[in-house]
Design a binder for this molecule. Structure first.
Ligand SMILES: [Zn+2]
Length: 240
């Protein structure tokens, strides 16, 4: 029921015209943001997303961010503020949102499972820094990933790189969890993959409800991990 309400609001968004920013619609956007509902597994991107080079994008963002700061009344001639638009633009494209560009996807090669290791492999407490796409505030937490080899294994640090790549986008945690799981399934050629993310959202802790103690846990289980006993074994390893 909740979901259909949100979809309605999203449809309203696409109909908005030049003077269509009524309070009702603005409230509609707020409702979506605070419910933090993912609308698709794929990050919504425009068809022309990569027509511009990173350098041109950084110049445009720098100009627009300067406008935002000036609109708020900040004096950009001040030494301390002068370089901020440039720093923010560079940070957006090269760091916190580099994962939007498929050209930056980590190159991952798989190896033959020579040891015939047949139990699950768990990599836990992977540092994860992402950004909430509804408020552009940080999501900070840990990802825990597990899989059973289907004859192939990947270098452990590559799992960290895959988590980081998908995290470095404007995200919702649900979508991020599924994107990581789908990528690992594709690379490892198996459905036997589990991903759990436990993260704090600054949009929950530092604004709005201002709850500093809550965290959000999301999970994606497929293949063997649909089995309760396999899932429990995985979750037990996370307690070690
Ligand atoms: Zn948020």
């Amino acid at each position: 029921m909740k979901e259909s309400i949100v979809l309605q609001k999203l449809n309203g968004k696409s109909r908005i015209n030049g003077n269509g920013h009524s309070n009702e619609k603005i409230n509609g956007f707020d409702i979506i943001g605070d419910n933090h509902i993912a609308t698709s597994v794929d990050t919504p991107m425009r068809k022309d997303a990569f027509d511009l080079s990173d350098e041109v994008k950084m110049e445009i963002i720098e100009d627009k961010f300067r406008d935002i700061m000036e609109t708020m009344g900040l004096d950009l001639t001040d030494d301390s503020l002068q370089g901020t638009p440039h720093r923010v633009a560079k940070m957006f494209i090269k760091e916190i949102f580099y994962g939007l560009n498929p050209a930056n996807k980590p190159k991952v090669s798989v190896f033959e499972n020579k040891f015939k290791y047949g139990e699950m492999l768990v990599e836990k407490n992977i540092n994860m820094n992402s950004t909430c796409e509804h408020h552009f505030l940080p999501i900070v937490g840990k990802a825990h990933v597990a899989y059973f080899s289907n004859g192939q294994v990947i270098g452990l640090s590559k799992i960290n790189r895959i988590v980081d790549y998908f995290a470095r986008r404007p995200q919702v945690q649900e979508r991020l969890t599924v994107q990581i799981a789908n990528e690992l399934k594709k690379i490892l050629n198996t459905d036997d993959v589990a991903v759990v993310i436990d993260a704090k959202h600054l949009c929950v802790s530092s604004r709005g409800i201002q709850d500093e103690s809550s965290s959000t846990v999301t999970a994606e289980y497929s293949g063997k991990y649909k089995d309760v006993s396999v899932r429990e074994e995985f979750l037990k390893y996370l307690e070690l």
